[in-house]
Design a protein around this ligand. Structure first.
Ligand SMILES: Cc1ncc(COP(=O)(O)O)c(C=O)c1O
Length: 415
């Protein structure tokens, strides 16, 4: 992490946190260009060659400046909606470096992806395959597809982000997948190029990833027996980050473990894609927030701040833990407290049972907010979205304006 504390001042990439908060207001998301680049380069340098590529998973953080940065470093993109497609097209990404996942692709979405010539559509159900076949036949353009399978591997993460178990809404389970492969292989306007899986997110050990590679190697062997030959294995994303001081594999360890698993399972002839999100941007982002009030209760102390679940929903949604640091380090008495937002929900908390020495108007730094924070934000309670800034070459640059109240009303029609 690139947050530092010296002589009573907290800095991110050598820029004072308090100065950022003063200039841009709070709440405010802050990203480090350096940190995102380092994370990407660490995996790229062990994993990329003419067969292996990293496709950043746009859902983790879809900011145009972050997409542009990753594109300039050589990343492809994993998208799950037309909104995400428009974002990557906007920053000039090559459609041939886009894969499209997601369980609910509409006819329009599929048609546009085929016409645009994206690299691959990751198919999540038999019905989707039938729809692609129909649309591709009408267009008379071969649709490149990979079948997303569920290898039924427990990634050991929260149930909401364990996506590769036997029964989830994602992918096709082992029992039904062969029918899908055969159907795709036989369809005139489907170009069956690969197999895809994504077993989950925030995975903190290497074993589930390695298990998934050997599970897929067995499927590929079965397919070969039926004379179905693929060129691509999309291994999804999922590498976890350190939220709580927990030890997670580094990008390098992860990349090397996958390379070994690919070799051990004789899969070196295949193109490999990794769809990483969290591990590229997660620890490169911070949410700055101001203490509005401190409420001392007989049962509990509440530190009420100006950021809420509308900005960072992970604690409410998954019980996720983010480190909270007070940027003002006067010698206040430490209190045991819940750090809560202004939103009218009991679930609106950012941290529970924290020991903090804080005063009213202090700035708090919530760490590891680069992934699944701003991209999951809402306007609940009619709260405008906060500004986002990026530290680049020792300068703080605005990459997203604070939403205005007029922005909030802009789609509405009073009747
Ligand atoms: C299909 C798919 N690919 C990639 C990712 C990115 O995962 P992560 O951010 O954990 O690397 C996700 C996120 O859940 C996903 O659903």
């Amino acid at each position: 992490m690139n947050i530092k504390h010296r002589n009573g001042i907290y800095t991110i990439d050598s820029i004072s946190v308090k100065e950022i908060a003063e200039k841009f207001g709070t709440p405010c998301f802050v990203y480090s260009d350096l940190s995102i680049s380092r994370n990407f380069e660490e995996i790229r340098d062990v994993f990329s060659d003419d067969k292996k590529s990293i496709y950043y998973s746009v859902k983790a953080n879809s900011s145009l400046s972050i997409l542009k940065l990753l594109s300039s470093l050589g990343s492809g993109f994993d998208i799950v909606s037309m909104g995400e497609l428009d974002r990557v097209i906007k920053i000039g990404a090559d459609p041939k470096k886009i894969v499209y996942s997601g369980v609910g692709k509409s006819e329009k979405d599929i048609k546009r992806s085929i016409e645009l010539g994206i690299y691959c559509i990751n198919v999540e159900s038999f019905s989707e395959l039938e729809r692609i076949k129909k649309i591709a036949s009408e267009l008379k353009i071969k649709a490149p597809v990979a079948i997303r399978v569920n290898p039924n591997i427990d990634p050991g993460s929260h149930e909401y982000i364990s996506t590769g178990l036997e029964s989830t809404k994602f992918g096709i389970n082992l029992k039904n997948m062969m029918d899908a492969f055969i159907y795709a292989d036989e369809a005139e306007y489907i170009d069956l190029i690969g197999i895809d899986y994504h077993i989950g997110s925030q995975i903190e050990t290497l074993d589930p990833f390695i298990e998934a590679v050997s599970s897929v190697a067995k499927i590929i062997k079965e397919l070969k027996k039926k004379d179905i030959n693929l060129e691509l294995i999309d291994m999804g994303g999922g590498l976890g980050i350190d939220y709580e001081g927990n030890k997670v594999p580094s990008m390098k360890e992860y990349g090397n473990a996958l390379i070994k698993a690919i070799k051990d399972n004789n899969l070196e002839e295949y193109k490999i894609i990794l769809e990483l999100g969290r591990s590229i941007v997660g620890n490169a982002g911070y949410l700055l927030t101001k203490v509005e009030y401190i409420k001392r209760d007989s049962e509990k102390n509440y530190v009420i701040v100006d950021a809420g679940m509308d900005n960072l929903i992970r604690p409410a949604l998954y019980g996720a833990w983010h480190n909270i640091i007070c940027a003002s380090i006067d010698s206040n008495e430490e209190i045991l407290c819940d750090v809560v937002g202004p939103v009218c929900e009991c679930a609106d908390f950012l941290g529970k049972d924290r020991k903090l020495s804080v005063s009213q108007d202090d700035i708090l730094i919530i760490t590891s907010c680069g992934a699944y924070a701003s991209s999951m934000a809402s306007n609940y309670n009619s709260r405008p979205k906060p500004p986002e800034v990026m530290i680049k070459n020792s300068e703080v640059k605005l990459i997203s304006n604070k939403e205005s109240i007029e922005d909030l009303f802009s789609r509405e029609i009073i009747i």
